[in-house]
Design a protein around this ligand. Sequence first.
Ligand SMILES: Cc1cc2nc3c(=O)[nH]c(=O)nc-3n(C[C@H](O)[C@H](O)[C@H](O)COP(=O)(O)O)c2cc1C
Length: 223
Amino acid sequence: MDLKQAAQVRNSVRAYLEKPLSSSTKAALEKKIAEVNKKSGLHIQLVTDEPKAFDSFMAHYGKFSGVKNYIAMIGKTDKDLQEKCGYYGEELVLFAKTLGLGTCWVALTYKKISAAYTLDEGEKLVLVIAIGHGANDGTPHTNRPRNEVAEAPVNAPSWFWEGIEGALLAPTALNQQKFRFILTGGNTVKAEAGRGFYSKIDLGIAKYHFELFAGKQNFEWAK
Ligand SMILES: Cc1cc2nc3c(=O)[nH]c(=O)nc-3n(C[C@H](O)[C@H](O)[C@H](O)COP(=O)(O)O)c2cc1C
């Protein structure tokens, strides 16, 4: 399974099996996280065998069960931190799916266990991604109509619409899908975050999907 196939079959998973992550799975995740940290400048960390973050009232309210591992999305506070966390975190979510793992982005329904990760000076924990062997595969989300998330001339190239299909597969907080992609010139695409909770994280995630499906070589992002 490649990342594109992973995006097509991924859903959020909130119930996990007792089965721990094997040492080879942990090593593969650590390797990928190191690669992503290097190119992004983020300080993402894998937390394993730590049940407390998802053992609270909030976590149960959020319908989570059996979560013992998560990816802590950490980076230096700056104006792009949220979008960066979305973009690079989604690379990890899709990579995890290729390893047969379930994931769920979690911004609200968990408790911060500060002893479980390291914050260097100026850094903060933005959100986490629950990860593990899913007890189920989740269920596909509903989508907003294309005209609410895309703006393009009638003769827009097919890569643009493929990008939109990809973006609509992206997970967003409360499935709000408040992003918008506008084909502004021949091959220039403007991505806008709507109003709403976590919409900059959502935008980063949706941009990762858009690139994966439209093909990075076909377009450039508007500055
Ligand atoms: C930034 C972000 C924050 C999220 N926070 C939570 C959360 O706190 N609790 C939860 O149960 N799901 C959370 N989710 C998962 C979304 O509800 C889920 O992605 C959305 O409903 C779409 O479903 P899908 O991921 O199965 O496609 C979050 C997703 C994103 C992208």
